[in-house]
Structures are given as structure tokens and as C-alpha cells.
Write a protein that binds this ligand. Structure first.
Ligand code: XBP
Ligand code: MG
Length: 261
């Protein structure tokens, strides 16, 4: 349902736009495992250890990340490798790893989705990861029917320019028919923050081990995670969440503050 659906909206917040990797779930270790398994099966000696992978994460998009690794770390030509095929196989492997129930949602994600739905907000996704990965994560954590809760899913190659370019957020906003200043983006990385901000969407950052040291200037709020009533978040910067967790009222406050700056 688009933002101008038939559900009256009392507040100023119309839609929540979720990033996926690192925000909805801590997925990058599973991505790293899938990359390494496929490299090995392809007879390549490439192995992305955690420290290297954290560096490589600054390049968004798995295919782009492989090409960058070949060029910048191997001094070789990406065209000499069947990167699209490697990445397709990696995506299949990642889905299989997810099916084994390898990952749960981060704190507060299921709660805020449920509350947003109950309050008549529209949900969307704006991610660099492949669409198949979005479907696999939603199915393995919320159930296959939950894919229909998201009015728009902008993912992967639906845009030529990936984050930090704003394109994927602009595709999601257009699909929703939403005004950016009536939405809030939930992100985990500096690339994601830059993308959302360039699209005019106020952004709440939930940090993780891969992104905690990045520059989140311009975020409406930076927190440890979305929090739960029995597991309060840690506030790092920006708007405060006095209940100790991010809820719809807290996100309405984010918009109010964003309007005053
Ligand atoms: C994170 C990414 C993706 C994933 C890997 O996306 O940059 O590239 O690391 O997924 P986001 P793919 O934080 O925007 O969700 O291999 O499918 O790209
Ligand atoms: Mg992310």
C-alpha cells in the first residue's frame, strides 16, 4: 500500500524505510562466509578475513566489492574473472545459509515493524544487497508472508549507482509516493546515511561492529540498536529516546527535530 493509502495518519511520519544488512540483522558475517565458500569452490585462493572484509564493506554491492578487491588488492583485471557468475553463486549460498536459521533480527526490529503496521505506517526497504537476499532474510526471520508488509523493496541492481548514491532511496520514495521529510530511514553505515540524507530522508543509525567507527555526521540519531523495553538502547548522538527504545513516537520526534534544523 502506498503512503497515500486509505489509512489516516495522525502524526507526521508516513513511512519507515529499512536498510537491510547490518540494520535489520547482522548479516555481514554470513555474507563473508558465502563469499569465501564460493571463492574456494571456484578454485580461487581468495579468502576475505574479517579485518579485510570490514575494509571491503566500504564498497557497496557484492559484485562491485569483488571487482574492487581484484583491482585494488590483487592488482589484476576484474574482466579476467566471471564476477557475475561468482556473485550469483554466492547469493544462492547465502540464501541456503539463511534457510538454516543462521541469523535473527537485531533488537527492536520486529517490534518496530509490528508497531508501525499497527499505527498505519507504510514500510519499505532500500538496500544495496540483492533482492533474493531480502526475500531470504524476511522469510527466515519474519515468515514468507511478511514480504507483503513492505510496500516497496528497492534492492541491488535496481539502481546503477549504489549507496552512498541516493538512487535506491529515491526509487523507494517514488514507489511509495512519499515525501522524504515524512519518512525516517533506519541505517547502520556511513554509506547508507549519505544515501538517505542525499535523498532528503532523516536517518537513525544503529551501529554495529563493522560500522561503529564510521562518521555519522548528519544522522538525526545514533544508537547502539533500536532497543527493547527490557533491553534499553545506548544513546550515542542526536535525538534522545526517553523510553530506552526506538518506537513510533520516538521517530515522530526525530521528524519534528529534523524540521527545526
Ligand atoms: C550491504 C551491502 C551488500 C552486502 C552483500 O547492503 O553493501 O553488498 O554486503 O550483499 P545494505 P550482495 O547495507 O545496503 O543492506 O552481495 O547481494 O551485494
Ligand atoms: Mg547496511
Amino acid at each position: 500500500m502506498s503512503v497515500d493509502g486509505d489509512r489516516a495518519r495522525a502524526g507526521t511520519l508516513d513511512a519507515l524505510i529499512f536498510d537491510v544488512d547490518g540494520t535489520m540483522a547482522d548479516t555481514e558475517e554470513l555474507h563473508r562466509r558465502a563469499f569465501n565458500e564460493i571463492f574456494h569452490e571456484a578454485g580461487l585462493s581468495w579468502r576475505w578475513e574479517p579485518a579485510l572484509y570490514r575494509q571491503l564493506l566500504m564498497v557497496t554491492g557484492g559484485k562491485e566489492r569483488i571487482a574492487h578487491y581484484v583491482r585494488a588488492h590483487l592488482g589484476d583485471a576484474p574482466a579476467r574473472f566471471a564476477i557475475a557468475d561468482l556473485h550469483a553463486r554466492k547469493t544462492e549460498r547465502y540464501a541456503r545459509l539463511l534457510e538454516r536459521g543462521a541469523i535473527g533480527l537485531r533488537p527492536g526490529v520486529a517490534r518496530i515493524i509490528s508497531e508501525a503496521r499497527a499505527r498505519g505506517l507504510t514500510l519499505a526497504i532500500a538496500t544495496t544487497t540483492s533482492p533474493a537476499n531480502v526475500d531470504a532474510l524476511i522469510a527466515s526471520t519474519l515468515g514468507a508472508e511478511a514480504r507483503g508488509w513492505f510496500a516497496a523493496v528497492a534492492a541491488g541492481d535496481c539502481v546503477a549507482r549504489k549507496k552512498p548514491a541516493p538512487d535506491v532511496y529515491e526509487v523507494a520514495l517514488a514507489a511509495l509516493g512519499a515525501a522524504p521529510d515524512r519518512c525516517v530511514a533506519l541505517e547502520d553505515s556511513a554509506n547508507g546515511l549519505r544515501a538517505a540524507r542525499a535523498a532528503g530522508v532523516p536517518t537513525v543509525i544503529t551501529i554495529n561492529d563493522d560500522t561503529r567507527d564510521q562518521d555519522f555526521s548528519g544522522a538525526a540519531a545514533v544508537v547502539s540498536d533500536l532497543g527493547e523495553p527490557d533491553a534499553p538502547l545506548r544513546e550515542i548522538a542526536g535525538v534522545s529516546f526517553p523510553r530506552g527504545y526506538v518506537d513510533v513516537d520516538g521517530l515522530e520526534a526525530v521528524l519534528s527535530c529534523a524540521r527545526t534544523v
